[in-house]
Design a protein around this ligand. Structure first.
Ligand SMILES: Cc1ncc(COP(=O)(O)O)c(C=O)c1O
Length: 431
């Protein structure tokens, strides 16, 4: 709508820039896509009021209605109080962690995790003065012993990528909470359909929305969900940035946002200032993807169990790291935490090392060779020569990444076709 009617005649260059009124109001069945860098104010006073109250929209790095709608959907499905969407899963992890920990601080992380997160902790955050220690397994005394006075975050993967060696979330949450420390759970491989970590003590949940949430491999995105339970009495001494007045003497985050102080800081300070903003178009596509999440994940988990069972019984296969198998060391935790399906991303190690893995990968016709996962299509990757090249031999051994290991991400295809393809691939691998 033209805000005011300028005196005609306007020149060509001016006319090509004037806003055009569309037939509003019109209702859209899908979430409307506001592909706009920002949003105009009607007048001087409205702009000042926006900056005073924070209500409404000004600039899409700060907030965007399409992004906000998808954030609300993800927060609801996770059982959280609020969510922030950012440009990738990696951005979600770094923004969540920097909302909790700064230079001189310490992160305690599960030993089994996505290689990109491990590199972020060991190299990039280390360069910023943030140290990390890793703990394997669920033994509470081992976690307790690793907590330092400067620990500000505990980070776990709900289903570790790619090894599926589950950790007892509630046991680790209890140890973190004994010390007032936040537990962050990367639930990318589980999705809120299979597991809602907040129900098991997580304070923050992060996702690579590029995977199952989007589902079709078209876009990248990341989500940070907060339980909305920040307790300044128990944890305020650890998170001074949440309880201190602003630099210019204004009220603290806790005074303004109460139990939502943590996510308010993540949204308004860390994400806005570091700027890993998601495109509204990507948010829109993630929102579309989420509408079929339960159907896809249910089918993918069932397909994955059938594929893992087939692989486990095959003579060319040395081991299958799938938490849903009766033989998995994580079986008891899977029954407790993942009763409706154990996901569809896992590792499988062939006899015959790298040459066998190469023959399998090259013989498969239905599996796409990709670093991606959580797609509707089945994918395969040889971690040792791709994602895990920055690890020492000893680290690879500890992570269960052997020369014959491949990572599979099972899609929604007809499972008999996948098994036939793998049968043929394994014949080639053993040749
Ligand atoms: C468990 C997990 N977390 C985070 C990420 C990073 O997500 P993105 O690629 O969207 O940055 C990945 C990527 O594979 C992942 O597997």
């Amino acid at each position: 709508m033209l805000r005011r009617s300028p005196a005609p005649p306007l020149g060509f260059a001016t006319r090509q820039l004037q806003p055009i009124e569309v037939d509003v109001p019109v209702r859209s069945r899908t979430t409307p896509l506001y592909l706009s860098a920002g949003f105009p104010f009607d007048a001087f006073d409205e702009s000042a009021e926006h900056f005073r109250s924070g209500d409404g929209y000004s600039y899409s790095r700060v907030a965007n209605p399409t992004v906000a709608a998808v954030e609300r959907r993800i927060a609801d499905l996770e059982g959280g109080a609020d969510a922030v969407l950012v440009g990738s899963g990696q951005a979600a992890i770094v923004v969540a962690l920097l909302g909790l920990v700064g230079a001189g601080g310490h992160v305690l992380a599960g030993a089994s995790m996505y290689e990109g997160t491990r590199g972020l902790l060991l190299e990039e955050l280390a360069r910023l003065g943030i140290a990390t220690d890793f703990v394997a397994g669920s033994d509470q005394d081992a976690w307790r012993a690793a907590i330092r006075p400067e620990t500000r975050a505990v980070l776990l993967e709900a289903i570790p990528n790619p090894r599926n060696d589950l950790v007892d979330l509630q046991a680790v949450a209890d140890v973190a909470h004994e010390h007032g420390i936040a537990l962050v759970v990367d639930s990318t491989l589980a999705t809120p359909y299979l597991l809602r970590p907040i129900e098991h003590g997580a304070d923050l949940v992060v996702h690579s929305a590029s995977k199952f949430l989007a589902g079709q491999g078209a876009v990248l995105g990341g989500a940070i969900v907060d339980a909305g339970t920040f307790d300044a009495t128990r944890s305020g001494h650890l998170y001074a940035h949440l309880v201190s007045p602003t630099r210019v003497g204004g009220p603290s985050r806790v005074e303004r946002h109460g139990p939502l102080a943590r996510i308010a800081h993540i949204r308004d300070a860390v994400a806005v200032r570091l700027g890993p903003t998601i495109s509204p178009l990507n948010a829109f596509l993630i929102g579309q993807g989420i509408e079929t999440l339960s159907l896809r994940v249910e089918r993918q988990s069932a397909n994955a169990l059938a594929v893992a069972t087939f692989l486990d019984a095959h003579p060319a296969v040395a081991s299958v790291d799938y938490a849903g198998l009766p033989s998995s060391p994580s079986r008891a935790l899977a029954e407790r935490y993942l009763p409706h399906g154990q996901g569809s991303v896992f590792a499988c190690t062939l006899h015959g090392g790298e040459p066998a893995a190469r023959r399998l990968v090259d013989a498969l016709e239905l599996f796409t060779v990709m670093t991606h996962l959580g797609d509707v299509r089945s994918l395969i990757l040889h971690p040792r020569t791709t994602s895990h090249t920055q690890r020492t031999e000893e680290e690879l051994g500890l992570a269960g990444i052997h020369p014959g290991t491949v990572r599979l991400s099972i899609g929604i295809e007809d499972v008999d076709d996948l098994v036939r393809d793998l049968e043929r691939g394994l014949r080639a691998a053993s040749a």
